[in-house]
Design a protein around this ligand. Structure first.
Ligand SMILES: NC(=O)c1ccc[n+]([C@@H]2O[C@H](COP(=O)([O-])OP(=O)(O)OC[C@H]3O[C@@H](n4cnc5c(N)ncnc54)[C@H](OP(=O)(O)O)[C@@H]3O)[C@@H](O)[C@H]2O)c1
Length: 238
């Protein structure tokens, strides 16, 4: 068990990829603090994970500086901090509403900056952010998420130098079946997934567990920093 006696803070851990990372970390022996805005989602996630004595929750909006500071002030230093939080916004650029764009920029990029600013980490610790396929394969209406994901790629490289010896990496998921898709595609989700799976070399869309597997590698491998690990089923090739 690589993560035995280690503590992992997962910002976005109440849903989707973050919850998948939480499950994998628990199986690998870690204790966890799951962070998201909704205390109800956090309670449901913790109950679903079972091992309650190893799972704490902390309800906070990680776009708010005082709440990020409080998270790290009130907890002992973590071994790893994983950030998967997103408030997505998709709109053709000519119909862009700045408030929506700001939610995505703040939930992914500003949160990453605040975590880098305030996280207290054990020696040999790491930060792990989440960029995404839109950085490499942008779609119509996705300019905001493409820009934010691209910025995160540059950010991990800069932080890997500035925060060394803390390691700083990013996951870059392709299409992963999470609650995000239920909101984004609704009833069309199954059909879109089927079409997408036919295009991908691996013949299926991803599951949170696929990304979690990569997260464990990035947390555990002490010789990897400034890296973006693509978990996209070959999406960038098609
Ligand atoms: N799913 C995909 O196909 C896909 C593809 C490429 C990249 N990604 C990236 O992967 C990451 C995870 O996506 P996902 O599909 O797992 O999303 P998800 O299921 O919607 O989960 C998002 C999580 O972020 C939390 N969150 C949102 N805003 C927050 C805030 N301000 N402060 C604290 N927590 C916040 C949410 O909980 P609350 O609502 O309770 O705050 C939730 O736990 C994102 O960065 C996304 O861009 C996903």
């Amino acid at each position: 068990m690589n993560l035995e006696n280690q503590h992992v803070v997962i910002i976005g851990g109440s849903s989707g990829i973050g919850l998948g990372v939480a499950r994998a970390c628990l199986e690998d022996g870690a204790s966890l603090t799951l962070v998201s805005r909704s205390s109800q989602k956090l309670a449901e996630a913790a109950a679903g994970l079972g091992a309650t004595h190893r799972v704490r929750t902390f309800s906070a909006d990680m776009t708010q500086e005082d709440q990020v500071r409080r998270l790290f002030d009130e907890h002992p230093p973590a071994h790893h901090v994983v950030v998967t939080a997103v408030q997505p916004y998709y709109q053709p650029i000519r119909q862009l509403e700045l408030a929506g764009a700001r939610r995505t920029i703040e939930s992914k990029l500003v949160t990453a900056l605040l975590v880098a600013r305030y996280a207290r980490l054990e020696q040999n610790g790491s930060l792990l952010f989440t960029t995404g396929i839109a950085a490499d394969r942008p779609g119509p209406g996705g300019s905001v998420i493409a820009a934010v994901n691209g910025a995160l790629v540059s950010l991990v490289r800069a932080l890997a130098l500035e925060l060394a010896p803390v390691r700083v990496n990013a996951l870059s998921p392709g299409w992963i079946d999470t609650p995000f898709w239920d909101n984004f595609a609704g009833n069309a989700k199954a059909q879109r997934f089927e079409q997408h799976a036919r295009r991908l070399p691996v013949g299926r869309v991803g599951a949170p567990s696929d990304v979690a597997h990569a997260a464990l590698f990035l947390m555990g491998n002490g010789f990897t920093t400034g890296e973006v690990l693509h978990v996209d089923g070959g999406h960038r090739l098609v």
